[in-house]
Design a protein around this ligand. Sequence first.
Ligand code: TRP
Length: 376
Amino acid sequence: MTLQSSDDETMTLEDPTGLDQHNSASLERAVARSRQVDADLAVNPGKYRVLTGDRPTGNLHIGHYFGSLANRVRAQNLGVSTMVLLADYQVITDRDSVGEIEQRVYSILADYLAAGVDPTRSTIFTHSAVPALNQLMLPFLSLVTDSELRRNPTVKAELEATDGRAMSGLMLTYPVHQAADILFCKANLVPVGKDQLPHLEQCRVIARRFDERFGRANPDQPVFPQAEPLLSEGAMILGTDGTKMSKSKGNVIELGMTADQTAKMIKKAVTDPERHITFDPVGRPEVANLLTLTGLCLDEDPVVIADRIGDGGAGALKKMLTEALNERFRAHRERRAELVADPGYLHQVLAQGNERANQIADVTLDEVRRAMRMVY
Ligand code: TRP
């Protein structure tokens, strides 16, 4: 798509972003590029600003930990500037009420801190406290078309799932809001799963179009960077029944559970009748999932663990996993409990993060106003 300059307001609608072309070749390119960047992080941490976030719709679980939280802490500890968003406005994309939003925000915050996110080095903040971030939605919305948004795979899936019911305008435009999340702080690296790649492509398109359409505040550089994905490549962790983790299915081990609750969850985990333990993700997904988790906790290869258990069977595997999990998260849970008992401190951390995010957002919005010649 060529976006026309301001004397011709029409936008052509055919395949503007390549969002439809998420074929295996582009995925392979993204994976290769992401590996390069990952290696470069340790060498040039100062080149990157990372933004990540979670929707505060529930408590964090071990899938969040191994899938993303541990990596954020790793990036932070390498010296990468890291922004962590509690995406509270995103909660209302697909539900009618905010639920117990305050409790959820603080619960996730406690897990961030317990996992090692350091509020003096990383900025933890919420959407709703940063007006200038949200204001970016306005110019950004002018840079996308409704058909483009409807083609976004996540939006499209939601649209199909609504089954004739109305979809909210926020759901339709939430990829644009995510672009504002990323661009308000000029993040150039976004750790995501493969499903989020189209959103990032949309974000890059918005950054480019902003430059083409509105210009620059500073002649030698665009206002917004081209953000790249940092793909999480670890095996997807499933629930204790071997299916996708979901709180309503009761198959989730939350970070905040006690050792006893963890033991109970693993006791009822689904395995299979074959006594001899082998690591076979395709043929024996439930057993493989338990082995993967044990491997993550012990920092060992699941194949080696399977060999070690051998004829010990599912009972031995469960015992090993229970001990490994409870050992791995003992310090996290102790720290978490201390934090939850000190709401004043949590409040202070979030207030400081929000203040810092506002400073950053105000500077960016100022630059946007200058680029758009809206300084009066
Ligand atoms: N959509 C993400 C999730 O559900 C959370 C999120 C909000 C996010 N804004 C973001 C992730 C910007 C990356 C970049 O987990």
